[in-house]
Structures are given as C-alpha cells and as structure tokens.
Design a protein around this ligand. Structure first.
Ligand code: ADP
Length: 315
C-alpha cells in the first residue's frame, strides 16, 4: 500500500474529485453534512402552539460530518465522502471540517442547499430534530462507484442513513468492514444488515427495528438475530451493550452532567469506527467510545462538544 503523505499527489478526476490513488485512510465516513440550527426551549410546543426559545445558534453537524470530526479530533486519518451545497452554510461547514483535519478530497460542492437540521434542546438536555437533507439527498451510487478503490482500501467505512439508502447499500458492498449506524431508523435490506460489523443503534432505534422496547441485553441479542455480524446498542447515560456471536457484554458509561446530548451517538460511532480501524476488538473499542460519547454531552452542540484526547482524562 502507498503510505499516506509520502509524496503521492492526488489527481483531479473529471468530476473535479481526486483520484483513488490517494490512500489509504484508516476510516472513511460516507454521509451527511448539515448546518445544525439550535434553539433551547423550556418545553416543546404542542401542535398549533408557539413557545419562545433562546437565540439561534448555528453549529456544524450532520451525522457523517459529526462522525468524521469525532474521529479526526481523536487523531484518525479520516476522509468524508459527501456533498455540501453552493451556499453560505456549505462554505461554513467546509471550513469547519477542514479546521478539524478531516480530508475533504471527496466532499463535493453541488448546486443547491446544504443540509439543515432544526434542533430544539429541552431543559433536560435532550433534543428533537427535523432534518432537511438538501444536497445530501444527491449523494449517489455513482459517487460510490467513483470512489470504489478508495473505499475498498480503508480498514473501516462508517455509514448512517441521512444519505439515500441505495447509496449506503452500494458503499457497504464496496467496504472491507462496515460500521453502520441505522439512524434515522428505516427498513433496510437484509444484505446490508448482513455486512454490518457492528450495527450501531440506540434504544429508540432498536425498539423500532424489533417492534417493541425491551431489556437491553435481550434487545441486543434480538438485533444480532436479524443478521449483522455484531451489534452495539447504545444506552445514553447507561453506556452500551455489545452483542457478538460469542456473547453479550455490557459496557458502562462514565457518569457526567449532561448539558446537550446532540450528536452523542455520532461521537460514539466515529470513535468506535476509528478504534476498530486501529485493530481494537469490539468490546475494547466500545469501552473507548462510551468515554467519547460521555465527554460530548458535557458541552452544547454536536461537533463543538467533541473531545480531543486530553479531554478524555479522568473519564
Ligand atoms: P444517540 O445520541 O444516538 O441518541 P445515546 O443517547 O445512546 O445515542 O448516546 C450514545 C452514547 O453517548 C452513549 O452510549 C454514551 O456513551 C454517551 N452518552 C449519551 N448520553 C449520555 C449521558 N447522559 N451521560 C453519559 N454518556 C452519555
């Protein structure tokens, strides 16, 4: 393999992308890039009701970008394959990602609106989110085909569902190892589930997939029975449960004061995917990822709250 940074210059392709010969990355994240528009509220409005919230704050977000930034801040060599729009938010997000050291050779600017997430954060620190995909919806199977060599060369490819399902399926087929956060939840084909190692879901997503809530250990086992190679079920303040063919392992989270849980799952999954790419076993990688997830809920915002290695001391 060609060592990263050894003088090989990526060649722009016809689409303005760099050629697949620029490799290898530890981790490639295929996914969404959004501007998070956040308002804090004492309580959420009922249908037809208006409530007054805080001033608006705009943060870099999107599940794909969040995962990439979480990994990059921890030291990963990570690329993001996605789309931003030709607007101010796109420019804002590109600068933020670049500043965090995410490789943007495969981030394409597309005419149209950058993705947006409208987020309300309640007084309990929990959030409610509406996503307007914008040009994230145009990340296509052709984008995956154009980056096939690159995707195949990465140790881990991390996927989520703020991109079109057909694109996610194509990326999963190309990857050596797939970490798949099935979020937002949706019905996905069995052959996508079958390559997940692991499938990552939170308790709400697990309940939707399985048709009912339940005890975490049993839910994790039931998810494994759906076909993935392994499962990580995240449990908020209670950490996570790992299910593998060899058994189920509970991984507790450090206790912290939660200020804003926005993007905690993305921080968790980015950290997990990177540690798997570095060769950790799944339980060890999860034990690291719960520390990253816990660190991320102590500050407001998604990426703005993501830790650097020194922030994990004491967790
Ligand atoms: P999501 O953000 O997708 O809803 P979770 O709420 O399960 O997922 O959070 C993902 C991870 O973030 C958890 O496994 C845990 O490591 C961390 N986390 C989330 N909320 C808290 C919290 N209140 N205290 C400590 N860690 C938390």
């Amino acid at each position: 393999m060609t060592a990263y940074g050894d003088g090989v210059t990526p060649v722009p392709s016809e689409e303005g992308r760099r050629d697949d010969t620029a490799q290898p990355y530890e981790l490639i994240v295929v996914g969404s890039v959004n501007a998070d528009l956040v308002v804090r509220v004492d309580r959420r409005p009922l249908p037809g009701e208006t409530v007054i919230g805080s001033d608006l704050a705009t943060y870099p977000g999107g599940k794909g970008a969040n995962q990439a930034v979480a990994a990059a801040r921890l030291g990963a060599r990570v690329a993001l394959l996605g789309r931003i729009g030709s607007d101010g938010n796109g420019e804002f997000l590109r600068k933020a990602l670049d500043g965090d050291g995410v490789d943007l050779s495969h981030l394409t600017e597309t005419p149209g609106s950058t993705g947006i997430a409208l987020i309300t954060v309640g007084s309990d620190g929990n959030n409610s989110i509406i996503v307007s995909p914008g040009v994230n919806a145009r990340l296509s199977e052709n984008d995956i085909a154009a980056a096939a060599g690159l995707l195949a060369s990465a140790r881990v490819v991390s996927l989520q569902l703020e991109s079109p399902l057909a694109t996610v399926v194509a990326a999963a087929r190309t990857a050596a190892r797939v970490v798949f956060n099935l979020s937002p939840p949706a019905v996905v084909p069995d052959d996508l589930l079958a390559v997940c190692d692991p499938l990552v879901v939170n308790e709400h997503e697990a309940a939707l997939l399985l048709g009912a809530p339940g005890v975490p250990d049993r839910q994790a086992k039931a998810l494994l029975a759906l076909g993935p190679r392994s499962v990580v079920l995240t449990l908020g303040a209670d950490g996570a449960v790992v299910a593998e063919p060899g058994g189920v392992t509970a991984v507790p989270s450090p206790q912290v004061e939660a200020v804003d849980t926005t993007g905690a799952g993305d921080a968790f999954t980015g950290a997990l995917a990177w540690r798997l790419a570095r060769g950790d076993d799944l339980v060890t990688a999860t034990a690291f990822a719960v520390r990253v997830g816990a660190a991320s809920v102590r500050e407001p915002g998604a990426q703005s709250s993501y830790p650097y290695p020194e922030d994990l001391e004491g967790l």
